[in-house]
Design a protein around this ligand. Structure first.
Ligand SMILES: Nc1ccn([C@@H]2O[C@H](COP(=O)(O)OP(=O)(O)OP(=O)(O)O)[C@@H](O)[C@H]2O)c(=O)n1
Ligand SMILES: C[C@](O)(CO)[C@H](O)COP(=O)(O)O
Length: 230
């Protein structure tokens, strides 16, 4: 139904993995015989919804990625150099997206357990609502804590959601938002918050608990278990 429109995905993989605490950036670590980045790329390569993949990596990894990774994926049209923040890396990717793209997905290279169904739902809802993000319920009680370590308030958990990627957008809308946002001092920790900043309404859909962002050594252990199942 949506296939006559061109759909691109930017996979951002230019992070340093500071919280993982190892020298090798986590996207190049191997789980179940494949790098985390390869496992992520494979999902989008095989998804019927995706027409092109733009891969964003660090300057020092460009040659390795072009010769050892990108070669294996027909849908990768560009490997581009990222920036010093996730926002800058996404913006570099956006500059390389085909001008006739209708819907753009933006996905973390370190979320390898995304499903084909979730990719499809994101695309479908971006066509319907212009901006769509997957979310899951928050499990813990969340409190706001002041700089001196005392609780300021307890937030209403019913209204809180934990946000995942892929985040999906009408391409022209998110491109314009990013072109404006890149000149702002504000710090954005995901793509949807940039659309929100410029007044767009963002539709949430049900994400997947297994779609974790591999960030810490504990996540890596969990990912090893998940890789034996998904
Ligand atoms: N300058 C950056 C920073 C992050 N990312 C990407 O954004 C995704 C989510 O970021 P995160 O998990 O925070 O990765 P890192 O920045 O590598 O980790 P850390 O913050 O611990 O250094 C990752 O796929 C990461 O490679 C990126 O492309 N460019
Ligand atoms: C985009 C994101 O994955 C949504 O949860 C997340 O905000 C990325 O954050 P990070 O600061 O790059 O870890």
């Amino acid at each position: 139904m949506f296939r006559e429109k061109f759909v691109s995905v930017i996979i951002v993989a230019a992070g340093k993995g500071t919280r993982m605490g190892l020298e090798l950036p986590k996207q190049y670590m191997t789980i179940a015989g494949k790098t985390i980045l390869d496992t992520t790329l494979y999902k989008f390569e095989k998804s019927n919804e995706i027409d092109e993949i733009i891969l964003v990596v660090n300057k020092e990894d460009m040659e390795y990625v072009k010769s050892e990774i990108a070669e294996n994926y027909e849908k990768i049209t560009q490997v581009v150099q990222g920036g010093s923040t996730r926002t800058e890396s996404v913006f570099e990717g956006i500059k390389s997206v085909r001008s006739d793209c209708s819907v753009l997905l933006i996905h973390d290279g370190v979320r390898p357990f995304v499903s084909y169904n979730l990719i499809s739902s994101c695309v479908e809802n971006a066509f319907l609502h212009k901006a769509c993000i997957p979310v899951i319920d928050v499990i813990d009680t969340i409190k706001e804590v002041s700089g001196d370590g005392f609780v300021e308030k307890t937030l209403d958990r019913q209204k809180l959601k934990s946000v995942q990627t892929p985040q999906a957008f009408d391409f022209e809308t998110i491109k314009q938002c990013y072109m404006n946002a890149i000149t702002e001092d504000a710090v954005f920790t995901d793509d949807a918050s940039i659309a929100e900043y410029y007044g767009y309404k963002v539709k949430t859909i049900e994400g997947l608990p297994r779609n974790l962002k591999i960030t810490t050594p504990l996540d890596l252990r969990i990912a090893e278990i998940l890789a034996s199942v998904y």
